[in-house]
Design a protein. Structure first.
Length: 162
């Protein structure tokens, strides 16, 4: 896993690239990296909502949805959060669900010969998890794949909740 400066919405490299981010199981998407992604590709949000509405039996913790947004770029919505962060739910990320998501991401990456791209602190900021723990999970579950983490830059700070 390597960390670089840049915008995760413009992943580097040749071939297929998967941008992964953590989503909740409540059909709510509207801030942080998710907002930045669907501001660039509205399909990310509409496909997420469609999945929740039309396939509730698979819209559960530990499952993923691949949304192709360009010929060689896919966004993977990973259902790794039980609800959203609040005073009564300070750590909605579920590490076991994240592990299951990443196992599915690995299979998809191998199938599509794709590199994996994450925003820095995925599952840690709005999901309340520990970045140290999440990094270890990513390293373990995606061992053998090319994984790139993009440091938070001004591109993310310019997004607002909608």
């Amino acid at each position: 896993m390597k960390t670089i400066s840049g915008d995760v919405r413009n992943p580097i490299g040749n071939g297929n690239k998967f941008i992964c981010h953590c989503c909740n199981n409540q059909n709510l998407m509207g801030s942080g990296v998710a907002l930045a992604l669907f501001q660039k590709w509205s399909k990310v949000k509409s496909e997420y909502h469609s999945w929740a509405k039309n396939n509730p039996e698979t819209f559960i913790l530990g499952n993923v949805q691949l949304v192709w947004v360009e010929d060689d770029i896919g966004v993977i919505n990973m259902i790794g959060q039980n609800g959203i962060k609040s005073e009564s739910n300070p750590i909605p990320v579920k590490y076991d669900a994240l592990e299951k998501c990443l196992q599915k991401v690995k299979l998809l990456a191998k199938k599509h010969n794709a590199t994996i791209h994450f925003p820095e602190k995925v599952s840690s900021d709005r999901a309340g998890g520990s970045w140290d723990i999440v990094q270890k999970i990513i390293g373990k579950e995606l061992e053998g794949l090319e994984v790139i983490v993009y440091k938070f830059e001004s591109w993310l700070l310019s997004t607002t909740t909608c």
